[in-house]
Design a binder for this molecule. Structure first.
Ligand SMILES: [Zn+2]
Length: 333
């Protein structure tokens, strides 16, 4: 049993309380490798932003759970070395699907876990979430739950259609499970293809797809039912078209990739939404930078020469999200 407090990590309780009061959102960035982690910590240290480092089950398979935990522990020390006096770093399991997986992460030094029972019938979601909450809270580990279904693909989680969260269920769900935060479905979606072209309109000038707006009416209803309760948005990458263009002009093929416009996320960050998950955007930044270097310098074979620029591009992206979209800069001195 490893306690996250010994690793210098924090749970989400205090960071969410401050974010709800302050009208901003905490970035939740997924990581799978060293360059991504370095970029996240550098961006957060330079902007003094609290951060949630997310590990999905796919990341655990890819990088190994033990290694990821030591990387998170190292991240705290790296942050201090960068001059960030009091780093506020949370290590969070993204989309845990069983009690056993959540328990193993709690036992292993995670400070927060998500139990995603959103694909289960309502009562089964409650029972599973409650079981995880009861275990995690013994160790002061916070728990995120989910109501409503997001469309899209995230690692092993695939859903064809989305179902918006039903606001009439949230009080009962939050009360009976004791969860610390709730992921809701209001039209965000996993992956780099968040909407089908037929769901979008086209900008006549650029020919690019313009996605449908988020269901802010559902969010407002949820806020009314649970005032001050931390709400989470998954699948909130904006799929920057400049990265898609760089990828497509350097040998890639991402036709009609589309995300959530940043003005929509900015509006959400000012509401009860206090955690916004961003994964695809950093994948796109990484891939765009790597493709560009390899296309321009076909003789290059030192991974540092293309992973380095990829890391710089991700750092730039994370800082942009923190300062221009989430408003979490300067919130963790
Ligand atoms: Zn998600």
């Amino acid at each position: 049993m490893v306690n996250y407090k010994d690793l210098g990590l924090v749970n989400t309780r205090e960071m969410f309380a401050k974010a709800v009061d302050g009208g901003y959102a905490i970035p939740a960035f997924n990581f799978n490798n060293m360059e991504q982690l370095q970029a996240i910590i550098k961006a957060c240290a330079e902007t003094k932003s609290p951060v949630i480092l997310q590990v999905s089950s796919g990341a655990r398979k890819y990088a190994n759970q033990t290694l990821l935990r030591y990387m998170a522990e190292g991240a705290v020390e790296y942050a201090k070395e960068l001059g960030w006096e009091h780093p506020q770093i949370c290590l969070h399991l993204d989309h845990g699907d069983t009690f056993e997986l959540c328990k193993s992460c709690v036992d292993f030094g995670f400070s927060s876990v998500m139990i995603d029972g959103s694909s289960l019938p309502y009562e089964e979601n409650i029972a599973l979430t409650k079981k995880v909450v009861e275990y995690a809270h013994q160790f002061d580990v916070t728990v995120e739950a989910e109501l409503g279904v997001l469309a899209g693909v995230e690692d092993d989680v695939v859903a064809e259609e989305s179902h918006y969260t039903k606001p009439e269920e949230v009080i009962d769900f939050a009360t009976r499970t004791g969860c610390d935060s709730l992921a809701i479905s209001i039209g965000t979606s996993h992956g780099a293809y968040k909407f089908k072209p037929e769901q979008c309109t086209r900008d006549p000038k650029t020919g690019k797809l313009v996605p449908p707006p988020l269901a802010f009416d559902v969010l407002e209803e949820v806020e009314k039912k649970l005032p001050g309760f931390p709400i989470v948005l998954h699948g909130s990458s904006s799929v920057p078209q400049e990265y898609v263009d760089i990828i497509n002009t350097h040998g890639g093929n991402l036709p009609d990739a589309v995300g959530i416009p940043e003005d929509q996320l900015r509006k959400a960050a000012k509401s009860a939404v206090c955690k916004i998950n961003i994964d695809s955007d950093s994948r796109l930044a990484f891939t765009a930078a790597v493709r560009k270097v390899l296309a321009e310098k076909p003789g290059e074979f030192d991974p540092r020469k293309y992973c380095g620029p990829a890391r710089d591009e991700m750092t730039k992206l994370y800082k942009h999200k923190i300062i221009e979209v989430l408003g979490s800069d300067g919130k963790a001195e």
